[in-house]
Design a binder for this molecule. Structure first.
Ligand code: SF4
Ligand code: SF4
Length: 447
């Protein structure tokens, strides 16, 4: 059989067969890793994407055979540890993804490795804690606790201690916790007549996300103001837990399933009742749109939720195309350096945030589409922090050299990391960091 280089068909993605006992079989994993690593060694397109590929190629180049068969299997784990499941290699680079017969799905192969490590108990308390965003957020935002937590994470001495004892990098900027959670402070929606469009429904359900709920409620409030301005009624999802993305990155698939079992019963009735479901954090949107359907392909409710899930800017563009969104702006933004995070890129919805920002008169957008290096919890771990800043450096530079009035990323955590990179790189910090939803709210002149 002749095997062509590259696909001529649109990529598809196979479900993750994680309930098959072979998925957790280490010998089977090594066999599949050797097969895929050999293809990657012959290809090397992804060299600059992250640390996983250089780690693999260095291992190959240093081996006695200079081929994958010369690399010790135990060293494969070094590659797994460098992957933070951004999905960019699969979605934007690899010509050998299904339906190509070579069937390369590098991120899900790394996920399999992480799942095996997790089952073997090879996961630190630090990693369990960092990925428990909901539980930690609930605790940290208790009124009498929140001030103490924020004081501790802002204290250099405390951070050095956390670095030494827990393994959270002392130099990584951590987001403070909010004194009022988003879900507790969100105002009820005015009730507007529902105007469904052909591209997007005319009523919205908000999945707050742990980050917006506990760390930056202002982003959620900006989204609500934008919906009110667009005369779209909204409701908060009645109850929610973490979307499960941090636990996926840890390989803890049982907890991913438990979280799915808490979220989907609240979300599916909304999806079936014709709501668009919006989340303001790209990783959480991606979890519902892509990862849960691949983990639970038999679950019709998961599919219904995935179909109803929108990135907020994807939603606003759809409303505009339906002729249902006002494009009258009151304030120009000037120069905006805008970063597209990996988990937005791989949603395959196009550059919707850039498109909306470019509607605003007297606003110039410098778009940077590259990994900023934070990647969930990966970039705050002591052993990866330096790598993470190195990965983000080209982004910091391209954002800064535009001399922007604002720096912005759909991913609020990446936005923080970019601000840190610019400041620590000697940038003048004249730019204001603001989420794109905040920028849109400012441009509309909404208080
Ligand atoms: S998913 Fe992202 S981090 Fe993982 S190997 Fe691919 S590009 Fe690298
Ligand atoms: S993931 Fe695909 S594109 Fe990237 S190095 Fe491997 S084979 Fe090449």
């Amino acid at each position: 059989m002749t095997v062509r280089e590259g696909n001529l068909q649109a990529p598809t993605r196979h479900p993750v067969d994680w309930r098959n006992p072979e998925f957790h079989d280490e010998a089977a994993l090594y066999k599949e890793q050797e097969r895929v690593f050999d293809i990657c060694h012959g290809c090397r397109r992804c060299l600059s994407l992250c640390g996983a590929f250089p780690t693999l190629f260095d291992l190959v180049d240093a081996s006695s055979t200079m081929e994958v068969d010369g690399v010790a299997k135990e060293d494969y784990w070094k590659v797994v540890d460098q992957c933070y499941l951004c999905d960019v290699c699969y979605m934007t680079k690899c010509p050998y993804v299904p339906p190509h017969p070579w069937n390369v799905d590098f991120p899900h192969l790394m996920l399999r490795g992480k799942a095996i490590k997790f089952r073997k108990g090879e996961v630190s308390m630090r990693d369990r804690l960092l990925t428990s965003t909901d539980a930690v957020g609930k605790l940290a935002t208790i009124p009498v606790v929140v001030k103490a937590v924020n004081k501790a994470t802002a204290s250099p001495a405390m951070r050095r201690m956390m670095d030494r004892v827990v393994g959270v990098a002392a130099d990584a900027w951590l987001p403070p916790y909010a004194e009022r959670r988003f879900r507790a402070s969100a105002p009820a929606s005015l009730q507007w007549p529902v105007r469904d469009g052909s591209r997007a429904p005319g009523k919205v359900a908000i999945f707050a996300t742990c980050y917006v709920n506990y760390n930056e409620p202002g982003i959620g409030h900006d989204l609500l103001k934008l919906l009110a301005h667009a005369q779209v009624s909204y409701t908060l999802v009645a109850s929610e837990a973490c979307c499960g993305m941090p636990k996926l990155e840890l390989g803890d698939l049982a907890t991913v399933e438990a979280l799915k079992n808490r979220n989907i019963p609240a979300l599916a009735p909304l999806a079936k009742a014709g709501y668009a479901i919006l989340t303001a954090v790209p990783s959480c949107t991606l979890m519902f749109k892509q990862e849960l359907p691949l983990l639970f392909p038999e679950d019709a409710d998961v599919k219904a939720v995935a179909d109803a899930m929108f990135d907020p800017f994807e939603y606003f563009v759809a409303r505009e195309r339906d002729g249902l969104l006002d494009r009258t702006f009151k304030r120009a933004l000037g120069k905006v350096s805008y970063h597209i995070p990996c988990h937005s890129r791989v949603q395959n919805v196009g550059q919707k945030t850039r498109e909306v920002l470019e509607w605003i008169p007297d606003t110039t957008v410098n778009t940077v589409e590259r990994c900023a290096g934070h990647d969930g919890t990966w970039g705050v771990k002591r052993e990866f922090f330096a790598d993470s800043m190195r990965i983000g450096k080209p982004v910091f530079k391209r954002m800064e050299e535009f001399e922007p009035d604002y720096i912005s990323s759909d991913c609020p955590i990446a936005g923080r990391r970019i601000e840190q990179g610019i400041v620590q790189g000697g940038g003048e910090r004249r730019a204001v960091k603001a989420h794109p939803l905040t920028l849109l709210r400012i441009a509309y002149g909404l208080d």
